[in-house]
Design a protein around this ligand. Structure first.
Ligand code: PLP
Length: 366
């Protein structure tokens, strides 16, 4: 069978390996496996979110509330924006897809950083749009501006902070950049790790309300998958001026987010204490990863997220990833990005110590 020719240029997204795979392939017990591969919250979801899921499970024979009233109200209060400036998706991934479908086609160009979230490219190519990438390894707004002026893209992606590298632009620089962008260009500010960035440095903090008031052509994306610990529930949101939300909403399938996901997100958002605890763990543990890299003599990118990327030199990223995987520690090999690098999610103290011990073991064998 032949398929849409656009698919020929797309390579399938490689997600972090699931725990089940390591159980199957290496016979390691499930509770001995440590997953530091997909930037999930190592403390798990808020206990209040879990209770809500259990309590409401009997209602799953009913379709969800398609207006998503309760969660929209809660997000509206949290961010001080109106409910018609919010859209909710099955992960913020789905909102990325809506943005591209709403704005781009085979004649469009979409501008993004050289190494950034892989789904931007996949959705762009699916509509036949041309992907343009800035040349520098990390986000560089001078390059973005130059490429914007040369290529006139219809969409610009800024990942703030950036996955998979951890680099993060400053708010003031983003605002200066946005002032020079035509109002018909949609600028997507992907804030999947914003909770971590602003906990570390307030200069990185993007306030969605302020953003969309100053720049009606910008959309802010947030997710419950990372700091909020709900990766398995698939829920995220977009915040933008209401005409953008109205356009994106035309593409939203009915009941795109499940009943239990909506309720879990509502409780998770309320439980800011759990978020604080999670951010605290991250701030405490990150320096150990930096110290380890310095000790071993490889480079890392200072990270504003809940992961760190090691740029390896003599060590091969596939070798170390496989070595760890066979011993029950799952990390992310960035070889598919053309880098000899690994991305490690910051885990709990115990998880991280196991990672460091195995890494030492690997090095001592060479
Ligand atoms: C994880 C992630 C997302 C979205 O994840 P969902 O689970 O689909 O909400 C979006 N952007 C970046 C950069 C991410 O790392």
């Amino acid at each position: 069978m032949t398929f849409n020719a656009a698919l020929d240029s797309i390579s399938t997204y490689e997600a972090g390996k699931p725990i089940e795979l390591v159980v199957r392939e290496f016979g390691i017990k499930e509770d001995e496996i440590i997953k530091l591969a997909s930037n999930e919250n190592p403390l798990g979801a808020s206990p209040k979110a879990l209770q809500s899921i259990i309590k409401n499970a009997p209602n799953i024979y009913l379709y969800p509330d398609d207006s998503m009233f309760a969660l929209k109200e809660s997000l509206s209060q949290h961010f001080q924006v109106s409910t018609n400036e919010i859209i909710i998706g099955a992960g913020s991934d789905q909102i990325i897809e809506f943005c591209i479908h709403a704005k781009a086609n085979e004649n469009s160009k979409i501008l993004m950083a050289k190494t950034t979230f892989a789904m931007y490219e996949i959705y762009s190519k699916a509509v036949g749009a041309k992907v343009i990438r800035t040349p520098g390894e990390v986000h560089n707004l001078a390059e973005f501006l130059e490429y914007y002026n040369t290529y006139h893209p219809s969409i610009i992606f800024l990942c703030v902070p950036n996955n998979p590298l951890g680099d993060c632009l400053d708010r003031v620089d983003i605002y200066k950049f946005l002032k020079q962008i035509n109002e018909d260009t949609l600028v997507i500010i992907d804030g999947a790790y914003q909770e971590y960035a602003k906990a570390k440095d307030n200069d990185k903090n993007i306030d969605p309300k302020e953003l969309i008031k100053s720049f009606p052509n910008a959309i802010y994306l947030g997710t419950f998958s990372k700091a909020y610990g709900l990766g398995g529930m698939r829920i995220g949101y977009g915040i933008a001026e209401k005409s953008i939300i109205k356009a994106l909403s035309k593409l939203r399938p009915p009941f795109n987010v499940t009943t239990l996901s909506l309720l879990a997100a509502l409780e998770a958002l309320k439980d800011q204490e759990h978020i604080q605890k999670s951010l605290q763990n991250n701030l405490e543990q990150m320096p150990y990863f930096e110290a380890f890299a310095k000790e071993q003599g490889f480079d890392y990118i200072p990270s504003y997220t809940n992961f760190i990327t090691y740029l390896l030199k003599e060590i091969d990223s596939t070798q170390i990833s496989d070595f760890l995987l066979q011993r029950g520690v799952i990390i992310r090999n960035l070889s598919s990005y053309g880098l000899n690098a690994i991305r490690i999610t910051i885990g709990t103290k115990e998880q991280n110590q196991k990672f460091f011990a195995l890494f030492h073991h690997f090095l001592s064998q060479r």
